[in-house]
Write a new protein. Sequence first.
Length: 191
Amino acid sequence: MSDNSQDITQLLIELRNGSQKAYDRLFSLLYQELHNMAWREISGERGIHTYSKTDLVHELYLKFSGQQTLDLKNRQHFFAVCAKAMRQILIDYARKRSRKKRGGKERPSTYIDEMMSADHEADDLIRIDEALTRLSGFDERLADIVEMHYFGEMNFDDIADVMGLSERTVYRDWAKARAWLYKELKRRGNF
């Protein structure tokens, strides 16, 4: 086990006991990995968001820093929780943009509130989130795999470790989930 792995394991133990210093150190140690996993749309592949990966990672830090305790079992579990939180941050932001576009009342700002443009793309993100929520009602495991792979950019091997499945099973579930989401979005006129 490398020194870095031992440090991370120790920090996760301290984090379970509510140590803010452990969270700060863990975040510092894993910052580059969090930055690299920040949702792929931010890097400009589809241009949904105009803010940077750094902004999303900082928003993630703020979201978790107020927690009294985080019960994280291992490094992969930490990244799975981060993927879910990144999704929540982006969806909350997209909903706010959609409300604002339609003249609805705004909620208090977050760190990244002024960074996103292209209102129609926010609506697309909301539709994808709604479809993913429906998938979760149908098969939660499929939805979790999509969330970790798509939003968290976790590879299938890491997802398999987190979920206690074989990599082949995760890959098959990913294919099933993609097909289900495509059918669902097409059925509802979103494609």
